[in-house]
Ligand binder design. Structure first.
Ligand code: NI
Length: 176
C-alpha cells in the first residue's frame, strides 16, 4: 500500500449530483490502484468527519464503500466492503441518519436492526460480516449509495419536501 506517499483527499459529491443516483458497477480489478483508492477513501471519510463513504460520493460509481462506526477509536471497526450483498436481515430500528452528501440534513430512517452481508476485501476474497444497531444502519446506508439511493428517498414525502426546501435555501445562500 502507498502508505509513505501523501494520499489524495477526494472532494465529497453533494446532492443533487447525478452520480449519486447511479446504479454503480461492480469492482472487477483488485490491484494496487484499488488499494490506493481504498486508503484514500478512508482518509477522505475521516477528513470529512464521516463514519461511512461510498464510491459515488467521490464521483466513482463503483461498488465499494468504507465504514468506521467508532471513527478511529477501535481499529477493528474499520470496514471495507467491495461488491457487498445483503445475505440476511432482521428486526427494525428507527434512528436519525445523516450523509456527507446531504450536509445538515438529518432524519429518522427505518432500517433493519441486524444485517449479515457478504462482500469482497481489497484482495478480492469473499467474507461475511454481521452488524447490529449503528453498524447495521451504516452498512445499509452505504449499500443504498451503491444502488443510487439516498436516505431522503426512504423518508415520507412531506419530510423529503422539507429537506429539499432546506437544501434549496442553502443553495441560494451559497452554503451548499
Ligand atoms: Ni451517505
Amino acid at each position: 500500500m502507498a502508505t509513505t506517499e501523501a494520499l489524495k483527499i477526494h472532494e465529497i459529491v453533494k446532492y443533487p449530483d447525478p452520480v449519486l443516483a447511479k446504479m454503480c458497477e461492480p469492482v472487477t480489478v483488485f490491484d494496487a490502484a484499488l488499494r490506493t483508492l481504498v486508503a484514500e477513501m478512508f482518509e477522505s471519510m475521516y477528513v470529512a468527519q464521516g463514519i461511512g463513504l461510498a464510491g459515488p460520493q467521490i464521483a466513482i460509481p463503483k461498488r465499494l464503500t468504507v465504514i468506521d462506526v467508532s471513527f478511529k477509536k477501535d481499529p477493528k471497526d474499520k470496514l471495507l466492503l467491495i461488491n457487498p450483498e445483503v445475505v440476511e436481515s432482521r428486526g427494525k430500528q428507527m434512528e436519525e441518519e445523516g450523509c456527507l452528501s446531504l450536509p445538515e440534513i438529518r432524519e429518522k430512517v427505518a432500517r433493519a436492526a441486524w444485517v449479515k452481508v457478504r462482500a469482497q476485501n481489497e484482495r478480492g476474497e469473499w467474507f461475511e460480516v454481521e452488524g447490529e444497531e449503528l453498524l447495521a444502519r451504516a452498512i445499509l446506508h452505504e449499500i443504498d449509495h451503491l444502488n443510487g439511493v439516498l436516505f431522503i428517498d426512504r423518508i415520507s414525502r412531506l419530510k423529503r419536501e422539507l429537506a429539499l426546501r432546506k437544501i434549496r435555501k442553502m443553495q441560494r445562500n451559497g452554503e451548499w
